[in-house]
Structure formats: structure tokens, C-alpha cells
Design a protein around this ligand. Structure first.
Ligand SMILES: [Zn+2]
Ligand SMILES: [Zn+2]
Length: 157
């Protein structure tokens, strides 16, 4: 049933936000801080960061599920891999392109949702150190940021 596969893709995508939050808070700001550190202390002269290794690390489970799902008869596994991989692309679009402007694309958004998640991530970057972080999520952030941008939008209107 394709509808079940669609639900699996969506559920995996949503679950990945939780996985990303946990990983960011407890792994990237934990045991693998040495790879994440340069993302918080930007060196403007270099395009790549050690933090980019996380793309490889995060891509692996998605690719593994996609490949295994194609060749091993585990029901729905392929669609779990699809959900993980789509989340990876969304994270890249939002975090690396929209928020950090690594490519000059998607600069201006008037949408309160995108403004809120950008603002929350900028708050995350206010902290330069491993400890005392906030806003570890990417596509879902504390409600106050959404409320703030909605108020702003109403005030502008
Ligand atoms: Zn961080
Ligand atoms: Zn960032």
C-alpha cells in the first residue's frame, strides 16, 4: 500500500528532527565537539568546515536503509531510508543555504516560520562553546520564536 509507505516517509522525516536535536545536543556538543567546534567559531576564509564531516556521518544510515531496502526483503525499509535522506536535504537547504548562506540562494524570506527558525539558530550560534547551548533543533524550535515572528508580521501589516 503506497499510503503506508508515504506515512513511513513522513514519520521518519519527523522523527529525524528529534534525532538531529539529540545528536546536536549530546554528540556534537559532546563527544564529537572537536568536529563541530569550527561551526561555532567561523573561519571566514575557508569554505569547508570540519563540521561538514557530519554530512557524511548522517548520510550513511539513510544510504544504508535505501540500499538494504532495495536488496533485502525487509518491508518498508527503503522508505525509512527515503525519509532520512529527504530530511538530510531539508537540513542542508535550511541550515547551510538559507541560514548560513554558503551559496547565495534563498536569501529573503518573508515567511514567519523560516524567520523564526533562522532567529532560533542564530541564538544557538551566540554560544561559542560546547556548554550552555540552546535551540539545538532545526525545523522545530521553541514556540516563543514562532510567536515573536507572528507578532512582528502582524505589527508590519
Ligand atoms: Zn551547535
Ligand atoms: Zn549553524
Amino acid at each position: 500500500m503506497w499510503i503506508i509507505d508515504l506515512i513511513i516517509v513522513l514519520a521518519t522525516f519527523l522523527a529525524m528532527e528529534g534525532v538531529a536535536w539529540l545528536t546536536h545536543k549530546y554528540v556534537m556538543h559532546g563527544i564529537l565537539w572537536n568536529l563541530h567546534e569550527d561551526h561555532h567559531r567561523k573561519n571566514p576564509s575557508s569554505f569547508f568546515e570540519k563540521n561538514d564531516y557530519f554530512f557524511l556521518i548522517f548520510a550513511l544510515p539513510g544510504i544504508a536503509c535505501l540500499a538494504a531496502g532495495l536488496y533485502v526483503p525487509v518491508p518498508h525499509l527503503f522508505f525509512v531510508g527515503l525519509g532520512i535522506t529527504i530530511y538530510g536535504f531539508a537540513y542542508f537547504l535550511v541550515h547551510d543555504i538559507f541560514i548560513h548562506q554558503r551559496f547565495r540562494l534563498l536569501r529573503n524570506s518573508d515567511n514567519f516560520y523560516f524567520r523564526a527558525i533562522r532567529r532560533a539558530h542564530k541564538m544557538h550560534h551566540k554560544h561559542l562553546n560546547k556548554e550552555d547551548g540552546e535551540c539545538f533543533g532545526m525545523l522545530w524550535v521553541p514556540m516563543k520564536y514562532f510567536a515573536e515572528q507572528l507578532r512582528q508580521k502582524r505589527a508590519d501589516a
